[in-house]
Design a protein around this ligand. Structure first.
Ligand code: GTP
Ligand code: MG
Length: 403
C-alpha cells in the first residue's frame, strides 16, 4: 500500500512529506517546486502487545517505544496541480501519472486561504479551500475518464462483438491505477443505472461510474494545512460543513517539521502526534527559536496536535482499513526462529484471512498452509479465519521458510 500526497501547488505537500519522513526534499518559495515524485517512509502507531504479554520485545521491521510500535508505511509526494491539469495545464498529466501507484490520498489544502488557484500567494482568507477540494476531485475524475475513453471503443467492441466480460475488460484497463475488480464491482453496484451491459452505458453513465470508482478506489482524507495562520479556523469549519462524510484534519506541516528537526537535534523531546513537547536544552536557543517554539506550543494547546501523524494514520487505518498482526514462530516464547521476540508487525487489510496473512509473509507459507494458532488463546484456527487487529499468530505450514 502507498498513500499519495496530492493537492494544488504550493500548499505544503513537500513540507508534510519532509515532516513525516525526515527525508531531505526541496520545499519551495515558488509554485511547482516539486517535479519528480519524492518517495519515503513514514510510520503509523500501533499499540504493541509486548506489555500485555509481559515480554521485552526485539523488533526487526519496526520500532517499539514505551509500548508503542512505529510501523513503516509508504508515502509519495508528487508535483502540485492547477485547474485543468488533466488537459495538460501546469505540470498536467505528469502529476496524475505519478499518482497511479497510490492506493489512497492525503489531500493537502491551504486552509488559511493564502494560496490562489494557480499556487501564488494571496491575502489569507481570500481563497476558499472548499473550491480546492472540489477541483482536485474533478481533476482526478477527468483523468480516470480520459484513460477509459482512450480505450472505450475497444471495450465496447469486446463486449458487443466478442462477448467478452465487460468487468474483466475494465479491470484490465485500470489495473495500472491500482484499481481492482472489487473496486469496479463496488462502483457498479452503488448505482442502479450502471446495472446493465457496459456497451449500453451512455456518456452520462460513464461519468457516474468514474465518479463512484474514484470514491471507492482512491479513498481520501483532507489535511487542512497552515493552521498556524489565524484565518484557517473559519475555513476548517467550512470544510467540515461542506464535506460531512470526510475526515478533515487540521494540520500544520511547518510546525511538525520544526518539532521533528528540533527533536532530532536533541533540543526538545517530542513524539509525532503528541499534544505537547518538552524543551531539553533551553540555554542553546536564541530568541527567535524560543519564540518559534512558544508559538508551536500555543498551536498544540489550541488544536491538540500538528495533525500530520493523524492524517497518515487516518488514511492507512480508517480509509485503507489496515490492521496490524504480530506473526511469531514459537507460540510460547513469541519469537521467530532466530529467537527475536515479537520481531515484526505486518499490516494487512481488514478482511484478510489466516491463509492470506501466510501468503503475505511468504508465498511458501501460503502454499503449504496447514493451520494457524491464535497465540493469545492457544486455539487452532483455519485458513479462512479473519485476522483481527493486533492478533498474535503462528502459522503452521508444510513448507518452512528460513531467512
Ligand atoms: N504557514 C505555513 N506555511 C507552510 C506550512 N506548510 C508549508 N508551508 C509553506 O508553504 C510553501 C510551499 O510549501 P511546499 O511544501 O513546497 O508546498 P508543495 O505543495 O509541495 O508545493 P509544490 O511542490 O511547489 O507544488 C512554503 O513556503 C512552506 O514553507 C504550514 O503548515 N504553515
Ligand atoms: Mg512539493
Amino acid at each position: 500500500m502507498i498513500a499519495g500526497l496530492v493537492g494544488k501547488t504550493h500548499v505544503g505537500k513537500t513540507t508534510f512529506f519532509c515532516a513525516s519522513t525526515l527525508a531531505p526534499a526541496k520545499i519551495g518559495a515558488v509554485p511547482f517546486t516539486t517535479i519528480e515524485p519524492n518517495q519515503g517512509i513514514a510510520s503509523i502507531r500501533v499499540k504493541c502487545v509486548c506489555m500485555e504479554m509481559g515480554v521485552k520485545d526485539d523488533p526487526r521491521n519496526s520500532v517499539c517505544s514505551d509500548g508503542v510500535r512505529w510501523v513503516p508505511v509508504k508515502l509519495v509526494d508528487v508535483a502540485g496541480l492547477v485547474p485543468d491539469a488533466h488537459k495538460g495545464r501546469g505540470l498536467g498529466n505528469k502529476f496524475l501519472d505519478d499518482l497511479r501507484q497510490a492506493d489512497g490520498f492525503i489531500q493537502v489544502v491551504d486552509a488559511s486561504g493564502s494560496t490562489d488557484a494557480n499556487g501564488n500567494a494571496c491575502q489569507p482568507g481570500t481563497r476558499d479551500p472548499v473550491d480546492d477540494v472540489r477541483f482536485l476531485e474533478h481533476e482526478i475524475t477527468m483523468w480516470m475518464t480520459g484513460i477509459l475513453k482512450k480505450d472505450w471503443e475497444r471495450i465496447v467492441k469486446g463486449v458487443r462483438q466478442l462477448k467478452e466480460d465487460g468487468v474483466a475488460l475494465l479491470t484490465e484497463r485500470l489495473t495500472g491505477l491500482m484499481i481492482s475488480r472489487r473496486h469496479i464491482l463496488a462502483a457498479i453496484n452503488a448505482k442502479d443505472e450502471l446495472k446493465k451491459r457496459i456497451d449500453e452505458w451512455t456518456d452520462e453513465d460513464l461519468k457516474v461510474f468514474v465518479e463512484e470508482l474514484r470514491k471507492v478506489s482512491k479513498p481520501m482524507v483532507i489535511a487542512a494545512n497552515k493552521i498556524d495562520i489565524r484565518q484557517a479556523e473559519v475555513n476548517i469549519e467550512r470544510l467540515r460543513q461542506e464535506f460531512k462524510d470526510r475526515t478533515v484534519i487540521p494540520c500544520s506541516a511547518e510546525a511538525e517539521l520544526a518539532l521533528r528537526l528540533a527533536a532530532k537535534k536533541g533540543i526538545i523531546s517530542y513524539s509525532p502526534g503528541d499534544p505537547d513537547f518538552k524543551v531539553l536544552k533551553e540555554e542553546g536557543l536564541n530568541e527567535r527559536q524560543r519564540e518559534g517554539l512558544r508559538r508551536i506550543k500555543d498551536l498544540l494547546g489550541r488544536w491538540g496536535s500538528t495533525g500530520v501523524q493523524e492524517s497518515i494514520e487516518s488514511i492507512y487505518k480508517k480509509e485503507l482499513r489496515m490492521i496490524s498482526v504480530f506473526p511469531v514462530e514459537d507460540a510460547n516464547k513469541l519469537t521467530d526462529h532466530k529467537g527475536k521476540v515479537l520481531p515484526d508487525v505486518v499490516l494487512v487489510q481488514d478482511g484478510t484471512t489466516a491463509r492470506g496473512l501466510a501468503y503475505k509473509i511468504h508465498t511458501d507459507l501460503g502454499e503449504g498452509f496447514l493451520y494457524a494458532i491464535d497465540v493469545r488463546t492457544g486455539q487452532k484456527i483455519g485458513d479462512d479465519y479473519r485476522i483481527k487487529d493486533r492478533d498474535i499468530i503462528k502459522i503452521v505450514s508444510a513448507k518452512g521458510v528460513k531467512g
